[in-house]
Design a protein around this ligand. Structure first.
Ligand SMILES: Cc1cc2nc3c(=O)[nH]c(=O)nc-3n(C[C@H](O)[C@H](O)[C@H](O)COP(=O)(O)OP(=O)(O)OC[C@H]3O[C@@H](n4cnc5c(N)ncnc54)[C@H](O)[C@@H]3O)c2cc1C
Length: 463
């Protein structure tokens, strides 16, 4: 970046422009653990400052990379072409919660859990629940279209965004969507911006839908001899016309990984487990839990444990929550994919993954949101054995190809960023890529916002 651009930024941001090496390092990585140093970091406090920064970037032609908490798994917040990281951490106010019309208006740097807690105090529920909710931001959630365990019943972030304020790549501040329950005027620019990974606009304000907080919750943990029974139980629950608020599947690889850290008593012959939750009005929840239990037993469950107290439910969740810490014990490097297949192909995909792990001689741990067909596939490698890394990379490509052949998608939650850019065309085709690039040109003609993301950029992918 040239010195004129930096001094203009200094005029705009004063001490909120940082160029020290320590700050640049602190904002150079995300959860992918790849590192790209920015030239500078700025901390705007208003939409006007975001707009001025983008106008300046157009004048001096430097990249701007929006950043929330930097917890992304696909490299979205990495400044792969240098330039300025724009951190939203000082735009962290909940501006209002409308308890009559059921929506919240927030700045992008609000931490997901903070909004959930504030809504809950008012008897309201903001459902999106990425496992990173204690530190991820609403801006990051919107940019990635993040989801979580309760997506099977409540949907993902996309389903709760009513309207946005965003600074486009041109520096124009656009207001999209509505704050009403409905609205169909013109193209849906809100949906266009959701999931756009900071490449089309920088979200400066979001209007988010809220729903009533569920009255009661029951948790069940069912153990099965294998994945086929667990997958059959998932279909059985759907056939019983119950929509649980969580349907988490752990295959034997994930259960073994947990047993090494936090041993949980398992019935003899356990090959797979489902963690299920139902919520809603107190009287209905008990009946629904009964139907879920029956669906599991009739599909060969070895045992079904059930809890409705907070402590009892937490005990059942232990198995699921211990997977991530368990993974750290297996190998230092985790290649973490989040494919989705049609629910009916879940067992086929798990069989394929098991065969692939043997064929490629790579340890693969699988768990995920079974109700959505969303499997977190974790390839665990040393990171220092080049041959093993190459086998893992080949495996990833095979996983993506098989996912698309099964009618699925290569990312349910984590986005494309730099890590899936080489595979974008595999899923959306050349015309899909071309249309997306044309849209990018409309929103950001000078390529200011988050360059090198979503579309293949060899330099960025190498990292
Ligand atoms: C332990 C762990 C668990 C996780 N679990 C889940 C999970 O269950 N479900 C899930 O979906 N994800 C999960 N993630 C991934 C990650 O937390 C989500 O993608 C999250 O939404 C990122 O939020 P962030 O604030 O950290 O965004 P960042 O990582 O800072 O940025 C992510 C993307 O958003 C863009 N961005 C950020 N703010 C804005 C803005 N204001 N306007 C426009 N673009 C913006 C960035 O440029 C980047 O492209 C997990 C990550 C970790 C580390």
């Amino acid at each position: 970046m040239d010195s004129n651009a930096l001094s203009s930024l200094g005029n705009l941001f004063g001490e909120r422009l940082r160029t020290s090496l320590e700050t640049r390092i602190a904002y150079s990585f995300d959860a992918t653990r790849k590192v790209h140093l920015p030239d500078a970091v700025v901390f705007p406090e208003t939409a006007g400052e975001v707009r001025d920064a983008v106008l300046l970037a157009n004048r001096h032609r430097f990249p701007i990379v929006p950043r929330g908490a930097g917890s992304g798994f696909s490299g979205g917040a990495l400044p792969v072409r240098g330039g300025v990281v724009l951190s939203t951490e000082r735009m962290d106010r909940i501006l209002s919660i409308d308890t009559e019309n059921l929506y919240a208006v927030v700045e992008p740097g609000v931490v997901t859990e903070t909004l959930k807690e504030e809504a809950r105090k008012r008897g309201l529920f903001y459902p999106p629940d990425p496992a990173s909710l204690k530190f991820s931001t609403i801006g990051g959630n919107i940019a990635e279209g993040s989801g979580g365990m309760c997506a099977v019943k409540y949907g993902v972030t996309r389903d709760y965004v009513l309207g946005l304020d965003a600074v486009l790549g041109t520096g124009e501040l656009v207001r999209t969507g509505v704050s009403t329950a409905k609205g169909v005027v013109g193209y849906d620019l809100t949906r266009m911006l959701v999931g756009s990974e900071g490449t089309l606009g920088i979200v400066t304000r979001a209007t988010l839908r809220l729903v009533p907080y569920p009255e009661a919750t029951v948790t069940l943990l069912a153990f099965f001899p294998g994945n086929r029974n667990a997958a059959a139980a998932v279909n059985g629950i759907v056939e019983a016309r119950v929509t649980p608020s969580a349907m988490e599947l752990m295959d034997r690889t994930a259960i073994d990984c947990v047993q090494a850290v936090t041993p949980v008593s398992l019935p003899e012959g356990t090959g797979s487990a489902l963690l299920l939750e139902v919520d809603g009005p107190g009287d209905a929840v008990g009946r629904e839990a009964g139907r879920v239990e029956e669906a599991c037993r009739s599909r060969g469950a070895l045992e079904v444990r059930r809890a409705s107290s907070v402590s009892g439910r937490e005990e059942l969740w232990k198995l699921r929550r211990s997977i991530s810490p368990g993974l750290l014990r297996i190998a230092p490097v985790k290649i973490n994919e989040d494919i989705v297949v049609p629910r009916s192909r879940l067992a086929d995909m798990l069989d394929f993954l098991s065969g692939l792990a043997d064929r490629k001689n790579v340890r693969i741990i699988n768990f995920g949101h079974a109700g959505d067909g969303n499997i977190h596939v974790n390839l665990m490698i040393s990171g220092v054995d080049a041959a093993e890394t190459a086998r893992a990379e080949e495996a990833v490509e095979e996983i993506f190809r098989t996912t698309v052949e099964m009618g699925g998608t290569i990312s349910g939650e984590h986005g494309v960023g730099i890590s899936k850019a080489p595979f974008l065309e595999m899923e959306v085709g050349p015309l899909g890529v071309s249309v997306m690039k044309r849209l990018k040109g409309c929103f950001d003609p000078n390529g200011i916002l988050n360059p090198g993301k979503i579309f293949l950029d060899e330099a960025a992918v190498r990292g």
